[in-house]
Design a protein around this ligand. Sequence first.
Ligand SMILES: Cc1cc2nc3c(=O)[nH]c(=O)nc-3n(C[C@H](O)[C@H](O)[C@H](O)COP(=O)(O)OP(=O)(O)OC[C@H]3O[C@@H](n4cnc5c(N)ncnc54)[C@H](O)[C@@H]3O)c2cc1C
Length: 412
Amino acid sequence: MSTPIVVVGAGHAGVHTASRLVELGYRGELILIDEEDGLPYERPPLSKDVLAGAESHEPPALRKQDYYEDKGIRRIAGSAVTAVDRSAREICLADGSTIPYHRLILATGSRARTLDVPGAALPGVQVLKTRADGRNLKAMLRPGVRFVIVGAGYIGMEVAAAAVKSGCSATVLEYQDRSMSRVTSEDVSRYFEDLHVAEGVQFAFGSSLERIEGSDRVEGVVTSDGETIPADVVVVGIGVLPNQELAEAAGLDCSDGIVVDEHARTSDPEIYAVGDVTRFTCPREGVSMRLECVQNAMAQADSAARHILGLDAAVAEVPWFWTVQHGVRLQTAGVRSSEDHVVRRGDPADGKFAVLYLRDGRLAALDTINALGDFAAGKKLIAAGARLDPVLAADRAVKLATTRTDDLAISR
Ligand SMILES: Cc1cc2nc3c(=O)[nH]c(=O)nc-3n(C[C@H](O)[C@H](O)[C@H](O)COP(=O)(O)OP(=O)(O)OC[C@H]3O[C@@H](n4cnc5c(N)ncnc54)[C@H](O)[C@@H]3O)c2cc1C
């Protein structure tokens, strides 16, 4: 029997790498190892349908059990990989057993950052990353429960929406002066904040958490302004950290993420890394980044599988992301920079608009709010490196695709 390809981690990135290997023709032994129990599942619904849905709602499985059996993917669940021995080309499991690898793919993802303040370990303080976190949080969503959410990023905002929908109160603390500031522009932040406020969410901007109070469980939080906010639950949504320890201990290049090339290869040519755990240089922007989204996990999985099998690389897709808050869908494509020229397309008051980010006259990124057509057209324009006429592009009556001022698709 051939030495197996081993995939460590069964989130979007790990499962998709295994799938792509088989779909692209790999017929050797393939092992998918995950420290979590049960069938691998989708994470985005954890802060959306799972919280907002029926009592026993669980995140959907990425693949059914039959899929793994039919495709010959051997799953080892509920077992952590504890070490990578590069010289012996094998991995070690928590039970002390070892598995040799021909190629190794690290898809260990990320973990939720936790608070480092007094009271952070009290019952009632919750992050949202795993299926178990989703279940815990769901059980806390009862009418009258007082939620304080730390961090107004996507996850904090989605949790706040679910909380008020369930009849809880929700206060979002954010040390920046607006929501989702890392990922979007002021127009979009303000639109979503207004939406949340109309639904009963409260915001405290420019405010961070000093400590969490309570004897047996959370009773309140004290902010940097000295204010005390009563709370039964504190949800911590302050970003993630890459699970790079295995790679680091094995001597692979890491720098806030496992460093990979355009084929998802690490500094060891026999080891690949995919998904949230990686740091790479974005081909379009030339900047080093970690991208925590499903699209990136899938794209890197595809790149790794192709490279392992000696196939041509696929054309790099424009990164994209979505969030749903109070039923309103924000879709983002491309990677914006705070220096971009911002063009608003349409009026937020109509509940349907887009924000375009132009860099040197070219469309670099866009956010669309209930504007699906603009999203699809915008993604293509970003991929083409198209120049836009900013005046025409601001007019929603004019089709976005027709606002480009160059005819040639420019590849950068
Ligand atoms: C609540 C929530 C909402 C989100 N919403 C969106 C969204 O709307 N859109 C979007 O694009 N993205 C969203 N994301 C992000 C998206 O889910 C991630 O980018 C994606 O899941 C990354 O996949 P991954 O496989 O790289 O990592 P992960 O999903 O983190 O999976 C890694 C797996 O590896 C396992 N593992 C780690 N170390 C070991 C080890 N040593 N041995 C064995 N197994 C190990 C972990 O237990 C885990 O199961 C959301 C994430 C969360 C948590």
